[in-house]
Each structure stands twice: as C-alpha cells, then as structure tokens.
Design a protein around this ligand. Structure first.
Ligand SMILES: Cc1ncc(COP(=O)(O)O)c(C=O)c1O
Length: 442
C-alpha cells in the first residue's frame, strides 16, 4: 500500500483566508477550490521537474503541469539559466528590448506559413487580438467558435456566449455564433444564416478525444469559400501534438494562429502569428490607412519570459522533447488501459488513449458520467501523492517510473472506486463533488 497524505493543515488555513482576499481564490477559475475535493492541496509552494510540493510540504506527481503550460518540467534548469542571464540586463525598457527581434525570428522560423508575430502575456489577449484583426480585415462583425470546445477567452466576445455571461451586454454576445466541431454542416448553416457577415472562425485544430484528421482542412475550405478568416488556436496543442503544433500537420490552412501554454515552459509568453497582409493591419507603416489598435501592453515586451521561450524552443529542438513526451503519453495510455481492465472497470472508467493528452471519464454504475465519482478519484489519487484531475499532460521531466507510480496509485484508487459504485460516492468522498467552471449559478 502506498503512503497516504493526511495532513492539509496549512492548506485548510489558506483556503479559509484566500477567498476574502482574492475573488475566486485564484487567477483562473480552473485552479479554484470548487474544482477540487476538500482533501486536496489549496496552494503549491514549489515545483521541480514532474513534482510539486504543497504548503504542508506534501509531495505530488504533477499531471496537468500548470494547466498544460509546463512542457519541460517545473524549475527546469536550462530555462532557469537563460532567465538568470537575461534578468541581469533588466526586464522592461522605454523602447523594445533587443531580444524581441530574436524572439520573433525564432518563432516565425517554426511557422513557415506565417510571416508576422505579436507577443502578449496571456492567451485571452492573443485570441481577442486575432478576432479584432479578422473583423478589421474583413469589415464584418460576427465571430464563430465551436460550442463543444471549452474555452477561448475571458473577453466579452467569447464569455458572453457561455453560461457565465453576467456583466456582458447582450449586444456583444449577439455578435458571436456557435457551431459543433463534430458536425461541420452546422458551420455551413451559420454561413447560410449570416451571409457575408462572419469575420472569422476560431477553433482548436484537434482534441485528443475527437479524432477527425480532415477537420482543419474542411473548416478552412468553408472559411475560404465564405470569405471568413480561420484562426487556429494552438494554446493547448502548441508544442504538444507536433512541433511547433498542429499547424505543422495542416500547414497553410490557418490565416492566424494563437499560442501560449507550453511555448515558454509556464512563463507568461503568448503569441499571435499570421499572414503578412492581415497582420500588417496592426502595423504603423501603411501611410494614410486607418490604424488598428491590435495589442498594446506594457508587459508584452518583458524580457525574461522571452528568454524562457527561446530556451524552451532550443530544448525542444536539441533534445527531441516532443518524441519523449509522445512516448510517455503512449506508455501512460497503455498502462492505464491495463489497470482499468485488471480492475474490471472497462466502460465505467474510460480512457482516451493519446500520445499528447490522455484523458479519463468517470461514470456511475448506470454508465452516466458522474462528477462525484470523478472527484472521489481525484481525492484518492491526491491521497496517494498524485495531483490528478482526469488528464495527464506528458512533459519532458516525466519518465516511465513516474508513470508506474501513477499506475500504483490508480490501482488502489480503483478499489475504492469499485466500492463506491456499490455504496455511492458520498460514502467515501469528503465534501462536495467538483463543479463545472462554466455554470451560471454558484
Ligand atoms: C484553447 C484555449 N484558448 C485560449 C485560452 C486562454 O488562455 P489564457 O488562460 O492564457 O488567457 C485557453 C486557456 O485555457 C485555452 O485553453
């Protein structure tokens, strides 16, 4: 039997104070207390490689790696070395920092179908900038995204179309339309319903649980035919599905692409890349043209995050990082399937096998997806030293031993799961099930 973590004293203190200081208790709702069981770390004190330590000094194998942003590992030495050098030169100046041109050339070197790039500190900024640029370029107002994908921005154009639209005037949300990524006839219908009104379609290029290799091509063709731009959001897929991302497989089909998580090993560096004739609208050299205020950010040119991004790109190139991560993803997927079979839980605990993002679904004994069973699984994995929410994001610091450790915890957890199938999760779960991030009421 694995050691069990039972001490959450400092976590409980943290939880009891943080919500009166920070609304939501965190800076993305995905990190919030309502996303985790009660018996869980409330805050992380430090991380190294594939492991993190909470405020009670409990050690966990990390599975989601900073919401998928940490592609090499926590406090990864070659990235830290690059930052230390840059730090000594100062981090923000009255004019652009020298490293901005180096960064632009390196990143665009990875995306041959795009000629210009703009930096920002978070993903929402670049997806919103892409939408603005598409509206400016096409002179149209409407935006479309797949409603079966979870998140593109906290800005009004996106969040106004979710259940959490309080604070967004309906005039804004009405400028966004949705379709289903699993049925592109619904996008065709949107183009028919709003002829020559849709400026762009923004979409992730692929999901590990939806396997449709023709999706991007068909989406881009529909956009072209109807005069809309295709924005490929590589926030999650970047540096994961391929290098630099899915755009490598579907080259040329995206007019604009957005990047963030994973490209700077967790540092705050995001980017919008695109075709020159569109991106140039955000420039200042087309005399007499109306100016498009694309991205303006005091911190957009901060240097250490760029040093982190350059070091991350170098590591990916030098050390065949993607191959390693994919090998771990495949090994993980195989091992997890074996454990599920061994525990006779096939059909109740499902795993999507994936080399870049294996993910689980947890069901009750009637076969219905069950948040309570999922939260119970999290509780039991956390107790056994695995910080787990239902996905595994392979990074360069994960090795086969870490995967074996995960599987030992999973085996024991699934025994509790089987017992809970009979008695109900409430007999085993302390506190309430985790809640959906996008819910109208608290
Ligand atoms: C596909 C996608 N796009 C955009 C974003 C926004 O990124 P950020 O949280 O850095 O603003 C996210 C964040 O989860 C995302 O998953």
């Amino acid at each position: 039997m694995l050691n069990q973590i039972t001490n959450f004293k400092h976590s409980d203190e943290y939880r009891s104070r943080i919500h009166s200081l920070i609304p939501g208790g965190a800076h993305t709702y995905s990190k919030g207390d309502d996303q985790f069981p009660v018996l869980s770390p409330a805050a992380i004190a430090r991380g190294k490689g594939a492991y993190v330590w909470d405020v009670d000094n409990n050690k966990y194998l990390d599975c989601s790696m900073g919401l998928t942003s940490v592609s090499l590992g926590h406090a990864y030495e070659p990235v830290l070395d690059a930052i230390r050098v840059e730090l000594e030169n100062g981090v923000n100046f009255q004019r652009p920092a020298k490293i901005e041109m180096e960064m632009a050339e390196i990143f665009l070197g990875l995306v041959p179908s795009h000629q210009m790039i703009k930096f920002a500190k978070n993903g929402s900024t670049v997806t919103s900038a892409a939408v603005k640029l598409a509206r400016a370029y096409t002179g149209r107002k409407l935006v479309a995204f797949p409603s079966d994908h979870p998140f593109y921005s906290y800005d009004d154009w996106f969040i106004g179309r979710t259940a959490c639209n309080k604070g967004v005037p309906s005039e804004f949300s009405e400028l966004t339309a949705t379709f289903l990524s699993t049925d592109l006839r619904t996008l065709q219908e949107l183009f028919e319903k709003y002829p020559q009104q849709i400026a762009c379609v923004i979409s992730e290029p692929e999901k590990s649980h939806i396997n449709d290799p023709s999706y991007c091509k068909r989406l881009s063709e529909l956009c072209k035919k109807n005069g809309a731009l295709f924005i490929m959001d590589e926030m999650i897929t970047g540096f994961k599905t391929a290098f630099p991302g899915s755009i490598h497989k579907f080259s040329g089909c995206a007019d604009l692409a957005t990047w963030g998580k994973g490209i700077a090993n967790g540092f705050s560096f995001c980017a919008l890349t695109g075709k020159k004739e569109i991106m140039e609208l955000g420039g200042i050299r087309q005399k007499g043209e109306e100016k498009v205020f694309l991205i303006s950010s005091t911190h957009g040119g901060e240097t250490i995050s760029m040093a982190a991004a350059i070091a991350t790109v170098e590591e990916f190139k030098k050390k065949r990082v993607l191959e390693h991560n994919h090998e771990i993803g495949r090994f993980f997927s195989e091992k997890a399937s074996e454990v599920i079979l061994k525990k006779h839980l096939a059909g109740l605990v499902d795993i999507v096998k994936s080399e870049w993002l294996p993910l689980f679904t947890f069901k009750d004994k009637n076969g219905s997806v069950c948040p309570g069973m999922r939260t119970l699984t999290m509780q039991e994995m956390i107790k056994r030293g695995v910080l787990f929410q239902g996905i595994f994001v392979p990074c360069f610091s994960h090795n086969r031993t870490d995967v074996e450790f995960f599987m030992a915890a999973l085996e024991e957890t699934l025994d509790v799961y089987s017992a809970a199938l009979e008695k109900g999760f409430a007999s085993f779960l302390v506190g309430e099930p985790a809640k959906p991030v996008f819910r109208r009421f608290l």
